[in-house]
Write a protein that binds this ligand. Structure first.
Ligand code: AMP
Length: 283
């Protein structure tokens, strides 16, 4: 399984592979791979002859220096895991100076109103960082398809918007959230939780499931209040936001409208580890 650190040799290799109708599937990640990432790679493998996984902890999408420093980096373990799926997966693991051509800063994109909600509100500059690194990676890999998890649902919508802005010829594929047995959404950050905190974090999805059940007959306001009061009782978990939003505009709803699709979104701190999750509510 080849691993490339620099863009030129990756591109040369990809050009040698891109014959006939071969398509390139691309899974951008920040590494510390888990089964959620592997599910994305499995989808890519089922739909493409060539699969590239990038492993790059992108500095421009972190607002918090501590979070960037503590983000797990486990390249050789990641390579071993990918090998269990397929021997020919191509890994791209550049360093930041090279990828950014010595200028590690974000572009400024006009993603519209969706960028100002939730993650955009609480992580200033985050989506500009995500957009910048993806535009760079898409330019290098030139994938036909790129795979993203619904775990970061807002990011998925931002990536779709990015493609409409940059006109890069790639089709974005959204993949369902992969969960631990407890229901906790898999995340590289889960590795930083103690056993007890990890168990306590299962409460996040349990709450979302109850919200989904009650969404049929309770108002968004009632559900908001209920979620806040439930989290007030949880010592280990600190609620950052809970929002019920329209999946297209990502705007918080005041009232339900027929034919609109809604999801519930949540961000929670477990000590200094920030976890996010979401569920569909009426579709
Ligand atoms: P990350 O390495 O956290 O930047 O994630 C890389 C990709 O994997 C993103 O598209 C994420 O949405 C996706 N991903 C992360 N965790 C999960 C999960 N539990 N289920 C599905 N996709 C995920």
């Amino acid at each position: 399984m080849p691993t490339f650190k620099d863009a030129t040799s990756l591109q040369a290799f990809l050009n040698s592979q891109r014959t006939g109708n071969n398509t390139v599937g691309f899974v951008p990640t920040m590494g510390a791979l888990h089964k959620g990432h592997l599910a994305l790679v499995t989808s890519a493998l089922s739909q493409n002859e060539i699969v590239v996984v990038s492993i790059f902890v992108n500095p421009t999408q972190f607002g918090n220096a501590g979070d960037l420093k503590n983000y797990p980096r486990t390249l050789s373990k990641d390579e071993t895991l990918l090998k269990t799926l397929h021997n020919d997966i191509i890994v791209f693991a550049p360093n930041a100076e090279d990828l950014y051509n010595g200028n590690i800063t974000s572009n400024s994109y006009n993603f519209g109103a969706i960028a100002n909600e939730m993650e955009g509100k609480y992580r200033q500059g985050h989506f500009n960082g995500v957009g910048t690194v993806l535009e760079l990676l898409f330019d290098i890999v030139k994938p036909d398809y790129a795979y993203f998890g619904e775990k970061d649902f807002q990011q998925l919508q931002i990536v779709r918007k990015l493609i409409s802005l940059t006109k890069q010829p790639v089709t974005i594929v959204g993949c369902p959230i992969y969960r631990e047995n407890s229901g906790l959404a898999m995340s590289s950050r889960n590795e930083r939780l103690s056993k007890e905190r990890r168990e306590a974090s299962a409460f996040i999805y349990k709450t979302l499931q109850k919200v989904k059940e009650d969404f049929k007959y309770k108002s968004a306001r009632q559900l908001n209040e209920w979620v806040k009061s439930e989290f007030d009782k949880q010592e280990a978990l600190e609620l950052e936001y809970f929002e019920i939003a329209n999946i297209d505009t990502l705007k918080t709803i005041k009232r339900k409208h027929k034919n609109n699709k809604y999801r519930a979104f949540i961000a929670v701190f477990v000590e200094d580890v920030r976890l996010i999750d979401n569920v569909s509510l009426n579709y």
